[in-house]
Design a binder for this molecule. Sequence first.
Ligand code: ATP
Ligand code: MG
Length: 557
Amino acid sequence: MEMTEKEEVVSKNFIEQIIEKDLQEGTYDTVCTRFPPEPNGYLHIGHAKSILLNYGLAQEYHGEFHMRFDDTNPTKEKTEFVDSIKEDIQWLGADWKDHLYFASDYFQQMYEGAIKLIKKGKAYVCDLTPDQIREYRGTLTEPGKNSPYRDRSVEENLALFEEMKNGVYADGEKVLRAKIDMASPNINMRDPIIYRVAHVSHHNTGDQWCIYPMYDYAHPVEDAIEGITHSICTLEFEDHRPLYDWVVRELEFEKPPKQIEFAKLYLTNVVTGKRYIKKLVEENIVDGWDDPRLVSLAALRRRGFTPESIQKFVSLCGVSKADNSVDYAMLEYCIREDLKQKAPRFMAVTDPLKLVIDNYPEDSIEYLDAPNNMENEALGSRKLPFGRELYIEREDFMEEPPKKYFRLFPGNEVRLMNAYFVKCVSFEKDENGNVTVVHCTYDPETKAGSGFTGRKVKGTIHWVCAKTAIEAEVRLYDNIIDEEKGVYNEDGTMNINENSLEVRKAFLEPAFSAAKPGDKYQFVREGFFCVDTRDTTQDRLVLNRIVSLKSSFKLPK
Ligand code: ATP
Ligand code: MG
């Protein structure tokens, strides 16, 4: 995959500037980046930014891109997530080639690193309870206090750490801490815990270990082992950078990696946090991790977003150090742009109303020519059946039209797209006053493509021939969040929109008979739709609306 948008970006972002300086000054000879997800959930649109940023930089500087599972915390990790993450990254187009790694493969080296720190007098085993550790740590305004175990001898520390490893201690009974500075203004530097006891099986190493390294110790070691040059992470790790640097320095890695922070991607009024997406899934508010109302990559894919649309979106977002929130409409803009020429434009009626052409022969069907995409001739054309009975959208007829309504109403003439002019002569209603059938007459002279110039009509509507129509279920989505109230409440609950899913029975023209799961179409005048990959079967066609056609979104300058 080439990042085609790159050419449009003239100035280099701040990370590119750092990298170029490092290459110029010889700090590094090559560029090596990584994407290090924790396999404790599905990836979402925010991760896409990190993936494409890291992959894009590796491409740009002809370096390497590593895919690494940061699986050092055995309690929350699952192989289900490992598989989904790989699938999502491949789908996005980021190719890690043969650089697939697991942090848990480095447990032995991390353990040896800990021994090295102990031998250098830079780490000690501490017996304080978790509560005591917290108490001794101090606050933002007060320095911490040294642990009474801080001055244990190297020999004693080595022996105790060995016992920790051998399962002599219960969870939480002892920890290994870095010996840095309890008075540091940066709390992360106040003798942080680097190893803890946890008698839990690990998805990769099983019961081999009962001590596990903490993230702040493990991460720099992972990066250094792999020869990562620029370890790109999000802003919340800025205060951890001194510890990152301490670890790689004390372990004496040559050409240690450099941590660079950038701002996370947030979408306004959209649930992006992995933790919250998980909550929606676990509380059955949505139907799984790939529910099309979510912004996990699996959900976006199922909804019908393409990798290209996400690449474009991420590139439009840019890279910065300031937290910002992007409008979901920008993502919608990107998928419309991507599909407008790629997707065939067929007719479908999602809220059907019967239309009868009284002067059209009863059992006759004729086939009209229709282009598959007016903006892209390469998609060819098709034969479109037309007959006496059609379906039109309910909103394309009004008994008593307001001003400027140019569609069907008694006495008015409109164009049926790719077919004829029809004029409304009457309509029928049921006992509740709902219109059930609209009657029209057609004018054979006005056939599309015949060059008819006799008169003009203001409205053009789409339609589907009833006799040959294919029935389908269409799902229209709205934000899962009630936007008026915002996403989160103070107690961590979310404001759920109860009407985020609308299911309709639709009629489609026969060209849809070739539709396969994952195929994308434009329903003319309606929006872009994708054939659902989970619920579509031999006898049931289900389409998800990706996005409607209408938008007020303007590309930011
Ligand atoms: P979340 O914040 O959604 O819980 P996470 O940070 O816990 O996600 P990880 O698996 O640790 O998820 O993330 C892997 C990588 O993706 C990290 O480098 C992280 O900084 C990056 N990342 C996570 N969320 C975003 C985001 N919203 N925007 C950009 N990068 C992100
Ligand atoms: Mg995380």
